[in-house]
Design a protein around this ligand. Structure first.
Ligand SMILES: NC(=O)C1=CN([C@@H]2O[C@H](COP(=O)(O)OP(=O)(O)OC[C@H]3O[C@@H](n4cnc5c(N)ncnc54)[C@H](O)[C@@H]3O)[C@@H](O)[C@H]2O)[C@@H](O)CC1
Ligand SMILES: Nc1ncnc2c1ncn2[C@@H]1O[C@H](COP(=O)(O)OP(=O)(O)O)[C@@H](O)[C@H]1O
Ligand SMILES: [K+]
Length: 509
């Protein structure tokens, strides 16, 4: 387990590994309350928040007309502090209040600003050379924006001036990244202590623009809601656990991956196995239908290819104690044979990655059988596969459930690591921990790149890496390889880009 997964470290909020934490609105509110009870003055926290936003503005823009949009809550309170701070720095500032401040701190901040707030109808909207500060709603937004609030958001987005959002763009749901009706499209967002799910999950991530995390004096570690912390995916979480061959290693001790090959869509397992071998698997065996053996064999001279005329051949092969992980589903049709194979693979109790056609087969399994198996399982659905896999899961847990919460719920339900893929891939562990990968380039949206990812996870698993860490590492390495290649990326390019990315990480640790 990485030291970065350790909640008891003495780091300050906003610094080092804790800057990697993602904290829900409820966790943030609980952490703030605890800090206030322990003696932090809530108005001091608000002043620090407002000053941090003003500092970020002063560091990026020269003096210009600013319009501050203030909401009724503490987000609006921050807005009044920002207005007063920029005015003190000599900037021309005007303020509009959506409604009168409703909290003691926000009222005090409004009194500190001291000047009248314009009615929304009386606003002169700044042009491109001006600036808007969005302090309408923060993590307290619970309902859809409508009426004057929605109108202010739309006018702000249309006026052409850059927008700086306080804490989170108004209209973005802090926990899910969903837009509640409409939302500010910010150039810069300054948030406090920790990043929120809405900053990294789409569409909130796009609305956030540049993200700055400011220290406002909260304690080092947030109070997790249910002991299931969430992180942003960075190598600090898992770099130390990347497998490195030891002097005494041989190919089997480095890890032997068995991949179940299909008869028609052979490309999937070929890509996956190449990625697994590039990630350091000592040996990879493809169990293929007899008619496809030559296709697999000609593709990679270093992979072992064995015919599997019957399911019984797979069962017998998996009994070999030198098998360390299995990949099933890539390039397999969903249905009869795949379901049968999956049952046998899980019964063999190796670490297993289930992708593609295997995911539909997983849905039909008896969950008791899964709970009793010994090996860790990683499921790698994209959103379409997730919807089929989980059926009513989302509905059962209520409408508006975010991608993070859906992945966490599925991981708990299935007792498996879930890699819910996409531009904002979520990796969730059965114990509720989760990691969000917010930095993948869209060049990955190309056929076969998911097969490479499944193989990469399997390649790390086969070398004994923990399933949650292996999945997070694979998602990051996959995205980094794609980022380096850039335009024109094919899935075929990805496996051979991995060694350099891994080598640089290992050298840096
Ligand atoms: N003292 C603290 O707790 C601190 C809070 N801070 C700021 O406070 C914010 C959270 O403050 P609040 O909890 O007051 O919440 P917000 O200011 O985000 O919004 C809550 C207010 O908006 C209203 N509201 C919610 N949804 C609405 C909708 N759709 N239409 C109209 N009104 C709606 C609520 O009734 C409430 O009055 C953070 O995002 C951060 O900016 C910072 O100042 C740091 C310190
Ligand atoms: N717009 C995007 N931005 C970043 N990554 C993406 C995007 N679209 C897809 N990906 C990534 O590309 C891969 C596609 O996997 P998948 O949908 O299974 O495709 P395939 O089945 O063709 O391999 C996943 O790792 C996914 O996270
Ligand atoms: K805001």
């Amino acid at each position: 387990m990485s030291p970065a997964f350790n909640e008891n470290s003495k780091q300050k909020a906003g610094a080092g590994a804790f800057a990697l934490r993602i904290v829900t609105a409820r966790e943030m509110q609980r952490t703030e309350q605890l800090a206030f009870t322990a003696g932090l003055d809530s108005y001091t926290a608000m002043e620090r928040a407002g000053r941090a936003v003003a500092d970020a503005i002063l560091a990026r823009w020269r003096r210009r007309p600013v319009l501050v949009l203030c909401g009724p809550g503490n987000n609006g309170g921050d807005g009044y502090i920002i207005a007063a701070t920029l005015r003190a720095a000599g900037w021309p500032v005007s303020v509009t209040a959506l409604a009168a401040p409703s909290s003691t701190d926000a009222r005090r901040a409004a009194t500190g600003w001291g000047s009248t707030a314009l009615e929304p109808d009386d606003i002169t909207w700044p042009e491109a050379g001006g600036l808007i500060v969005d302090a309408l709603f923060g993590i307290g937004l619970t309902r859809r924006l409508d009426g004057v609030g929605a109108n202010l958001v739309q006018r702000a987005n249309q006026c052409g001036a850059p927008i700086v959002s306080v804490d989170i763009p108004s209209g973005v749901h802090a926990d899910t990244g969903a837009m509640l009706g409409t939302a500010i499209a910010a150039t810069l967002t300054v948030t406090f202590a920790w990043c929120k799910p809405g900053h990294v999950l789409l569409p909130g991530r796009t609305a956030t623009g540049e993200l700055v995390i400011a220290d406002i004096g909260l304690p080092a570690a947030p109070l997790p809601d249910d002991l299931s912390p969430v992180w942003r995916n960075t190598p600090a979480l898992w770099r130390h656990a990347l497998p490195v061959p030891r002097v005494q290693d041989h190919k089997y001790s480095r890890g032997h991956l068995v991949a179940i090959g299909g008869g028609v869509m052979t490309g999937a397992v070929r890509l996956a196995v190449r990625a697994a071998r590039r990630a350091g698997a000592g040996l990879a065996t493809i169990l293929a239908p007899a008619a496809a053996v030559s296709v697999y064999a000609q593709d990679q001279a270093g992979a072992i290819v064995r015919p599997r005329p019957e399911t019984a051949d797979v069962v017998a092969y998996l009994k070999d104690s030198r098998v360390s992980a299995v990949l099933i589903g890539s390039g397999l049709e969903s249905g009869g044979e795949t379901s049968d194979l999956l049952r046998h693979v899980l019964a063999a109790r190796h670490a297993t990655v289930v992708d593609g056609g295997g995911l539909d087969a997983w849905r039909d399994l008896d969950h008791h059988l899964i709970a009793e198996r010994a090996g860790p399982v990683v499921l790698t659905p994209h959103e379409g596969e997730f919807a089929r896999l989980c059926g009513n899961l989302g509905a059962d847990l209520g409408p508006g459930l975010g991608k993070l919460q859906r992945a966490q719920a599925a991981a708990r339900l299935f007792g498996a690591v879930i890699v819910l893929k996409g531009p904002d891939t979520v990796i969730a562990a059965p114990d509720g921990r989760a990691i969000v990968n917010g930095e993948a380039p869209a060049y990955l949206a190309t056929a076969g790149s998911g097969d490479v990812l499944a193989g990469l996870i399997a390649g790390l698993l086969t070398q004994g890496m923990d399933a949650f860490a292996a999945s997070a590492a694979a998602v990051w390495l996959h995205a980094e390889a794609a980022r380096r290649f850039g335009p024109g990326l094919l899935a075929e390019d990805l496996p051979d880009l991995l060694p350099k990315v891994i080598a640089e990480l290992s050298a840096a640790s």
